[in-house]
Design a binder for this molecule. Structure first.
Ligand code: MRU
Length: 354
């Protein structure tokens, strides 16, 4: 059992405990929630972050709404949960996992056909538990699929944080690195610090230290230098939403990294659970990109690093065009271009299996 858990359901009293990612690495602190509005706030404030972790948190948010609802009839409680669902959907726009997980909750609870308040509450908790369990299995499968392309001595560049705390456990892109390390590959990682929130230096380096994986933090602008002057086998990044043409929304700076990788002939892989592929989105041009407060750029730990009143543009994500993506590593294997054709084939095959 690892030392920390990003998301944990507590039974007595019913509550959701989140690892406070805004405090890492200085402090390992947890916050316990029994109110769905506060859970939505935790997603907005990035107490919990990373596409899969946001999705599972939202799922548990519905269970919290039900358990702490004063409703006396099932219909009234369903109304409270619907309001909670609507609130959670407004928290962060870009990661499709949030919306996917809330849709899954509706479908799974409907399948359980609860007829009492207690059964409904329990169905919500069990559906959220299932999503949490599946997330771990999916991440392990992504890591296993990637072993085919990871050499015996592998040097990676990784952007943002995609590890055990961006998910329920293991991680997606960082899970690939972890599984390669556990499989005996000699791994080294250049960790993009990932301005402005420093998910790379604060979170990814912290996770890699605990896993005993060799790494060095680099500033985001160093990737060109590193790819030109050092051996880099591949870039691996996570994603917040993948369009059907292979365009990938991920943490701001991912697009720059992909361009630099192209210029240096370094393969650029995206780790993507199928839940992050938006089957309703034909092109990345349609993805809504969250813009966050300028203070994230002009202040570091509360200290101004820009002149007072300076204007800021702070998109939290960018979209890397599919033609820069070497492969998309999913729990069902690695998908290569042409993405429109190959993703549609994959989804057709999966639909036939269902
Ligand atoms: O703003 P964040 O920290 O939630 O952004 C996270 C990322 O962009 C991750 O790369 C992505 O969610 C994949 S996490 C497995």
């Amino acid at each position: 059992m690892r030392a920390y858990r990003s998301i944990e359901w507590l039974d007595e009293p019913k509550a959701l405990r989140l690892l406070d990612q805004t405090k890492i690495p200085g402090e390992i602190a947890y916050i316990t929630y029994d109110d769905v509005a506060a859970i939505a706030g935790a997603i907005v404030d990035m107490v919990v972050r990373g596409a899969p972790a946001i999705g599972v948190t939202a799922a548990y948010g519905l269970a919290i709404a039900a358990w702490h609802s004063s409703a006396e009839t099932l219909a009234e409680m369903k109304g409270h949960v619907a309001k909670a669902d609507a609130l959670l959907r407004t928290s962060r726009p870009t990661a499709v996992n949030l919306f996917w997980a809330l849709d899954q909750m509706q479908q799974r609870v409907a399948q359980a056909k609860p007829t009492t308040i207690d059964a409904y509450r329990e169905a919500l908790v069990q559906a959220a538990h299932a999503l949490a369990r599946e997330d771990v299995e999916i991440n392990k499968a992504i890591g296993q699929a990637a072993l085919a392309i990871v050499p015996a001595e592998a040097t990676f560049i990784h952007h943002c944080n995609t590890g055990g705390i961006a998910t329920v456990d293991y991680g997606t892109a960082l899970g690939i690195i972890r599984i390669a390390h556990e499989a005996g590959r000699k791994v080294h990682v250049y960790v993009d610090e990932t301005r402005p929130r420093l998910q790379g230096s604060r979170l990814t380096s912290w996770e890699l230290q605990q896993l005993g994986i060799s790494h060095q933090i680099i500033v985001d602008g160093a990737s060109g230098f590193v790819m030109k002057n050092k051996k880099v086998d591949m870039c691996v990044v996570g994603c917040d939403r993948v369009a059907l043409n292979g365009d990938v929304a991920n943490k701001i700076g991912t697009y720059n990294l992909a361009l630099v990788a192209k210029a240096h002939d370094v393969p650029f892989y995206v780790a993507a659970p199928l839940s992050t592929i938006d089957r309703a989105m034909a092109s990345g041009d349609l993805i809504e990109i969250e813009e966050r407060h300028g203070d994230e750029i002009t202040k570091i730990d509360g200290t101004s690093v820009a002149p007072a009143g300076a204007e800021v543009l702070n998109p939290a994500f960018d979209v890397t065009p599919g033609h820069l993506v070497t492969g998309i590593i999913t729990e069902k294997g690695i998908i290569y271009p042409p993405y429109t054709e190959n993703l549609s084939k994959l989804f057709n095959t999966l639909a036939q299996e269902e």
